[in-house]
Ligand binder design. Sequence first.
Ligand code: RIB
Ligand code: CA
Length: 314
Amino acid sequence: MSNPRKIIIDTDPGQDDAAAIMLALGSPEDIEVLGITTVAGNVPLPLTSRNARIVCEWSGRPDVKVFAGCDRPLTRPLVTAEHVHGNTGLDGPELHEPTMPLQPENAVDFIIETLRNAPPNTITLCTLGPLTNIGKAFRDAPDVIDRVQKIVLMGGAYFEVGNITPAAEFNIYVDPEAADIVFKSGRKITVMPLDVTHKALTTAPRIQALRDLGTTAGTAMAEMVDFFERFDVEKYGSAGAPLHDPCVIAYLIKPELFSGRDINVMIETTSELTLGMTVADWWGVTDRPANATFMGDVDADGFFQLLTERIGRL
Ligand code: RIB
Ligand code: CA
């Protein structure tokens, strides 16, 4: 008798977000997706909200509830990443116009009400984009913070330094104030930084295994990665692109694939030079309390085997 973990996926699709959503929807014995909440990030909110529904339909799950959230960071102008994801945010495959509805309720209200109405410590928040929706929910309704079972997020970097500035990773950089709220919330956070996601590379055999699935989801994922990887391969000269966001979902299914340390992580919110930097005390040189499990390594073969097997179910 399975007892799937109840999660809310907060996301800015994004090809790698799409992989995370497919992994979650392909794992019903492990994960029950209560809702998908979209946020402005890789591309503006109307597109992330469209893309999330496209991915659900590719996954054969038009029943999933998708809620649109914040269309800009809490205090700053929006920064997007079309240079990585293309103008649609899901460049690569041919995109259809989704027919499944966008829910009328705002994503932040959905997050707050779902946490208030569920028994405490029964809902996990999985964030794949800027933390604007979560930061706003925690700021507007601090009573829900202690009701969260777990927060697993893709964001930040230490040894890998920044990918959008020399110092900052994109998700944190876009909304450092929201990230600061989350990292100071008092809830222990499991962080998937670039340090670990840069070890989950979409090599040619791994992309071929997705293509060989011969399914709508598998083919779409292979075509998304074909597009998505060009930027990072050219920038880093690597053997493929880091598939960041599905690390969050894979951790919930097989935590043994990952390793890291419990450390203190704080967010730079004032310096223009290092804005959005995750100041990670990896070496324990301060007496700041550990607020994060900061991942540093992954069994990449095991990760891609899981990802491909579960996407193959859709
Ligand atoms: O820096 C990588 C992160 O930024 C990923 O979540 C990607 O989808 C973008 O949102
Ligand atoms: Ca993302």
